[in-house]
Design a protein around this ligand. Sequence first.
Ligand code: BV8
Ligand code: ZN
Length: 258
Amino acid sequence: MSDPALDAARARLERARRIVVLTGAGISAESGVPTFRGEGGLWRSHRPEELATPQAFARDPLLVWRWYQWRRDLVAGCAPNPGHDTLARLALSGRADLVTQNVDGLHELAARRAAGNADPSPALPLTLHGSLFGNRCTRCGRRTDGRGTPVDATSIDTLPRCAEPCGGRLRPDVVWFGEVLDPDVLSRAFSLAVAAEVCLVVGTSTMVQPAASIPLATLRAGGSLVEVNPEPTPLSPYAAASLHGPAGELLPHLFGKA
Ligand code: BV8
Ligand code: ZN
């Protein structure tokens, strides 16, 4: 695919000594994971305030767990797409750091796939909003992996509890609206953004703060932005290149794996 904007973006990324990549739900769209605000998006049938807040969970933990278990079942059947794989290889090469708003775990799967028997950790993303498959105790804070044990959301009494003697109610280990992000994760994300020559922004509507401010930190530090998104976003006017197309198609072309 030869396209002047793509060629210019590719040259800019090739010259960059350090790249930080911020991804959002859009990079998982071609894997079959619904985005939050797009057509048929996750929020379409529910409003964020209704489900992804501590107040919603306190008010109706059964509804919230049913929604998360539905998402877990859906995402468990999804695989990384060429967009995830391209970014995993780029990160394994040591030229880029990945930061994601996503909780679907597809970057982690792509990292393990790309690394083979090598250490996948350079390609594991900084996860700003937690993990869809993680459980966290609301009483003692203990974290457990929820992948193996589907939540029994038959009734409020069958919802998952922490091991004895705690017995606290478990919640999905994600950051809800109105909750603060892990300060250490957030400061690492901003440090990566400041150190980067280019921030590659993939598949995010840049609606959610503080994640949406990460690319601005690269700009303020004298770096530039390259955006990959079929739609323009509030960030587009600040981008040196805004590539309008699906990440699964464009990223392999951007980094020469197509
Ligand atoms: C906080 C985990 C301090 C849960 C998520 C004003 C009023 C009220 C509140 C606020 C406000 N300003 C800021 C806030 C606070 C709020 C916020 O930002 N609200 C927004 C909605 C206005 N932020 C918070 O509460 C954060 N905490 O600020 O703490 C504080 C404390 C108290 C009070 C105030 C502040 C916590 C935010 C974390 C929320 N948790 N997820 C879960 O997943 O269940 S956020 C959720 O949205 C997901 O993580 C998702 O990643 C994220 C962002 O959405 P996107 O990833 O951008 O997805 P979206 O669907 O929007 O866009 C997809 C894009 O992909 C589109 O542009 C589309 O065109 C594109 N696309 C589609 N297909 C493709 C594609 N791109 C490429 N290829 C394709 N094929
Ligand atoms: Zn506990």
